[in-house]
Design a protein around this ligand. Structure first.
Ligand SMILES: Nc1nc2c(c(=O)[nH]1)N[C@H]1C(S)=C(S)[C@@H](COP(=O)(O)O)O[C@H]1N2
Ligand SMILES: [Mo]
Length: 313
């Protein structure tokens, strides 16, 4: 195949955790971006584009990266169990290659694609994003990925495509947690088309410069940094373009607690707890103020102008 294989990326572009941490220190100390760039250190796009506002600065001091250890051992992936430690212990049964992806619905180029064929010619980017879970914990993760729009444009959605729906693998041999009906399987998520086409929405294939650990959603998963963690569907096997709004898994299982939009919003509480502050893993206290749209308001706020975000939660 003519593919730039994820293995190649892995061997040639690994950045050790220490380099990421140093890079973060540079930026934290306020070294001019130009100086960092001149020193040959790539500055992640998400940090470069942070607003120079209060939000950007106050986040700056708190935005230490979450260690690889924590990112890969404190997970939500119910297909492997419901405890945070379960995915790291159980996800070794997942086989991320070969990996087929079905593309269907309102699209000119439907088909069953091999993931490596889809990734051919795609440029991987380093992107550091905050991730904020609805249960009020958060992490800061250096993802490896690329904008959803890169693939979506290739599939040529029709004019009827208003939403895009994603589905996780359903296979009880590889995902033994699916033997229990803790959620309706397979896991499903969706985005409005303009959300999906926003450059901050990415497909991640890795983190910390390596391939995604199985427990983080290998071989590829969604990362939508201005939304709660549950929108970040893992181990995707299907991408479907639709006219009507998809019904996402958590909304189906608890509609009063989880909506379709799931935009991070400190002013709209979850029925069982406040969303105003978050616990930055591995911290013990919920003492980090949560920002509107997870701190990405300048970039994504316009997508929701005129919408009542209390109703569209
Ligand atoms: N297929 C699938 N995707 C999923 C989940 C899941 O249970 N199954 N959990 C979601 C939730 S609630 C969160 S917070 C994130 C966690 O991603 P991480 O483990 O990489 O931090 O994955 C999301 N994607
Ligand atoms: Mo979550």
């Amino acid at each position: 195949m003519l593919i730039k294989r994820p293995d190649d990326i892995k061997s040639s572009e690994i950045t050790p955790e220490s380099v990421y941490l140093n890079r973060r220190k540079f930026i934290g100390k306020g070294v001019a971006i130009g100086a960092v760039a001149a020193a040959g250190v790539a500055v992640p796009w998400a940090l470069r584009s942070q607003p120079g506002s209060d939000a950007g600065e106050s986040m700056g001091s708190q935005d230490e990266l979450t260690s690889f250890e924590h990112v890969s051992t404190y997970n939500n992936f119910y297909e492997f169990g419901t405890r945070k430690s379960d995915p790291a212990e159980n996800a070794h049964t997942l086989r991320p290659r070969p990996w087929a992806v079905r593309v269907d619905g309102e699209v000119a180029k439907p088909g069953d694609y091999d993931l490596d064929d889809l990734l051919h010619g795609v440029t991987m980017e380093d992107r550091i994003y905050r991730m904020r879970c609805v249960e009020a914990w958060s992490m800061v993760i250096p993802w490896v990925g690329f904008p959803l729009s890169t693939l979506i444009n290739r599939f040529e959605p029709t004019s009827k495509a208003r939403y895009v729906e994603f589905e996780t693998l359903y296979d009880v041999e590889q995902m033994p947690g699916q033997r229990r009906a803790v959620l309706p399987w397979p896991y499903v998520e969706g985005l409005r088309m303009d959300e999906a086409m926003h450059p901050l929405a990415i497909f991640a294939t890795g983190l910390y410069g390596r391939d995604l650990p199985n427990q983080n959603g290998a071989p590829f998963r969604l990362v939508v940094p201005w939304k709660y963690g549950f929108k970040g569907i893992k181990s995707i096997v299907r991408i479907r373009f639709t006219e009507t709004q998809p019904r996402n898994t958590w909304q189906v299982s608890a509609p009063n607690e989880y909506g379709f939009y799931a935009n991070v919003n400190p002013e709209v509480d979850h029925p069982r707890w406040s969303q105003a502050k978050e616990r930055r893993i591995p911290g013990l206290f919920r003492n980090t103020p949560t920002l509107m749209f997870n701190g990405y308001a300048d970039q994504v706020g316009h997508l929701y102008e005129g919408m009542d975000l209390r109703r569209n939660f």
